[in-house]
Design a protein around this ligand. Structure first.
Ligand SMILES: *Cc1c(COP(=O)(O)O)cnc(C)c1O
Length: 426
C-alpha cells in the first residue's frame, strides 16, 4: 500500500523494536554486534548476508533514518553520514578519479563552492562552475572527463529554483549522473528524482532535523542510473580492488551505489553518522511537512512585506510574483518555494550589518532551516572565502543579507524586521 508523505515521515523505515517492543526507534548506542558464529561473520564481511558488523559502517538507528529519507525522496537506498559536506564527498567518491571533473552551478552554498573550487583539487578532482540557467553553457562544460553534474534544487542563499528537468535532460544525454543538493527544499517541497536526479544529497543538519541540534548528511540513490553503460564508472561497473574485486553493479543492481557507499565509502572514509544524531533527526523528520508548510506561509508573507519596504532594494524569494524564478515554482516545488531568501538593502554593506545587529527575534548564526528565524550577512561570513565575482554569482553580494524564516508568528517577525530596518536606515 502506498502511504502519503505525512504518514511516511513518521513510519517509513521504523517498526516496534523486535527485542523490547519499544515504539520509538531506540538509540542503539553500540560499536559492534555479536556474530552468531564464524560462518555468519564471514557471510557478513563478504556482503553475502546483510547485517550489522561495526557502527562505522551500519547501525540500526542510523539505518532507520536512511530508509526514511530514501522513502521520502522516492529513492532505492540511502547512506547517512556525518554532515552535508561529508555527503557531497561521499556522493562524488565512487564516481571520480584523479583528472575527473564535476560540472557545478555557480549558485551553491558558500561552503560547497569552497569545497569544490579548492579542497577537492587535493584529490585530483576539479569543478567547473557554470550558470545553470544557461543550459547551453552547462552542456558545453561537460567533457569526456566529467563524471557528475551538481546543483541545488532551491539554491542557497538566494532561494533560486533550478530547472531540474532541463538539467537532467542534458546530463542524461551525456550519460552522466545528476546530483541534486535538496537541503533547502526538502523532499516535502521538491522530489528531485522525479525530475531526473540520479543522486540526492542532504545536509540533515537543516530542515530535516529542523531545530539546530546536530550535523548530519545523507546521500539518496535513485537506483535508476546504468553504471555499466559506459566505462566511466569503474568503481561501480568493474571489479573494485578495494573490495577484493567485487563488481558492485553486477552484484547489487539498483542498490550498487548504496552498497558501495557503505562498504567502501563509510568503511574507508569514516564519515559516519552517530546514532544520537540519527535519533535527533528522526524526531525532527516526523514533523517535516507541518514545519515546511509554516516556513513557506511565513516566508511568503514576510518576503512580500519586505519587498514593499522603502529601505529594501529587492528580495530574491521565488515565491514572489516579481521573481524571475516564480514560473518554476509550480513545476519544481509545487508546495512552495521554501523559507530561504536574500534581501538587498539600498543602504548597502553598512545597513546590512546594522540590520543584523538590531534584530531581536532573528538570531545571527551560520545556519538555516531551524524552527527559529535566522539571519546572516553572507558576504562577511558563509561566502567570505569567495571572490567578489563568486559572491555576486552566488547571490551573496555585500549589499545582501540571507534570511531563513522560522515557524514563529509571522507578525512578530515582521515587527522585528521593521524596528531593525528603522535602525539600519537611521
Ligand atoms: C549547510 C549546507 C551544506 C553543508 O552541510 P553541513 O551539514 O553543514 O556539512 C550543504 N549544502 C547546503 C545547501 C547547505 O545549506
Amino acid at each position: 500500500m502506498a502511504y502519503a508523505f505525512d504518514t511516511l515521515q513518521i513510519h517509513a523505515g521504523a517498526a516496534p523494536d523486535p527485542a523490547t517492543g519499544a515504539r520509538q526507534t531506540p538509540i542503539y548506542q553500540t560499536t559492534a554486534y555479536v556474530f552468531r558464529d564464524a560462518d555468519h561473520a564471514a557471510a557478513l564481511f563478504n556482503l553475502q548476508e546483510v547485517g550489522y558488523i561495526y557502527s562505522r559502517l551500519t547501525n540500526p538507528t542510523v539505518a532507520v533514518l536512511a530508509e526514511r529519507i530514501a522513502t521520502l525522496e522516492g529513492g532505492q537506498g540511502a547512506v547517512c553520514c556525518s554532515s552535508g559536506h561529508a555527503a557531497q564527498i561521499m556522493a562524488l567518491f565512487p564516481l571520480m578519479q584523479p583528472g575527473c571533473n564535476v560540472v557545478a552551478s555557480t549558485r551553491l552554498y558558500g561552503g560547497t563552492v569552497t569545497q569544490f573550487s579548492q579542497t577537492i583539487r587535493r584529490f585530483g578532482w576539479e569543478a567547473k562552475f557554470v550558470d545553470f540557467d544557461d543550459t547551453d553553457a552547462v552542456e558545453a562544460a561537460i567533457d569526456e572527463n566529467t563524471r557528475a553534474v551538481f546543483c541545488e534544487a532551491i539554491a542557497n542563499p538566494g532561494g533560486y529554483i533550478t530547472d531540474l528537468d532541463a538539467i537532467s535532460t542534458i546530463s542524461d544525454r551525456a550519460g552522466i549522473p545528476l546530483i541534486v543538493d535538496n537541503t533547502s527544499a526538502t523532499p516535502y517541497l521538491c522530489r528531485p528524482i522525479e525530475h531526473g536526479a540520479t543522486l540526492v544529497v542532504h545536509s540533515t543538519t537543516k530542515y530535516l532535523t529542523g531545530n539546530g541540534t546536530v550535523t548530519g548528511g545523507c546521500i539518496v540513490d535513485s537506483g535508476k542510473f546504468d553504471w555499466s553503460a559506459s566505462d566511466k564508472f569503474p568503481s561501480l561497473s568493474e571489479p573494485e580492488p578495494a573490495y577484493h574485486g567485487l563488481k558492485f553493479h553486477e552484484t547489487f543492481g539498483s542498490l550498487a551505489f548504496t552498497f558501495h557507499g557503505i562498504a567502501i565509502g563509510l568503511r574507508d572514509l569514516g564519515m559516519t553518522m552517530n546514532p544520537q544524531a540519527a535519533h535527533y533527526t528522526l524526531m525532527g523528520i516526523e514533523t517535516l511537512s507541518l514545519r515546511m508548510q509554516r516556513h513557506v506561509e511565513n516566508a511568503e508573507k514576510i518576503a512580500g512585506w519586505l519587498e514593499r519596504h522603502p529601505a529594501v532594494d529587492y528580495v530574491t524569494y521565488a515565491g514572489l510574483e516579481s521573481s524571475p524564478y516564480h514560473n518554476r515554482v509550480e513545476r519544481i516545488c509545487p508546495k512552495g518555494a521554501g523559507g530561504l531568501f536574500t534581501v538587498a538593502l539600498k543602504g548597502g554593506y553598512d545597513a546590512c550589518v546594522k540590520l543584523v545587529d538590531s534584530l531581536e527575534i532573528f538570531s545571527h548564526v551560520a545556519n538555516l532551516g531551524d524552527t527559529r528565524s535566522l539571519v546572516i550577512h553572507s558576504a562577511s561570513t558563509t561566502h567570505r572565502q569567495l571572490s567578489p565575482e563568486q559572491q555576486e554569482a552566488a547571490g551573496a553580494g555585500p549589499n545582501v543579507v540571507r534570511i531563513s524564516i522560522g515557524i514563529e508568528d509571522a507578525d512578530d517577525l515582521i515587527a522585528d524586521l521593521e524596528q531593525a530596518l528603522d535602525k539600519a536606515n537611521a
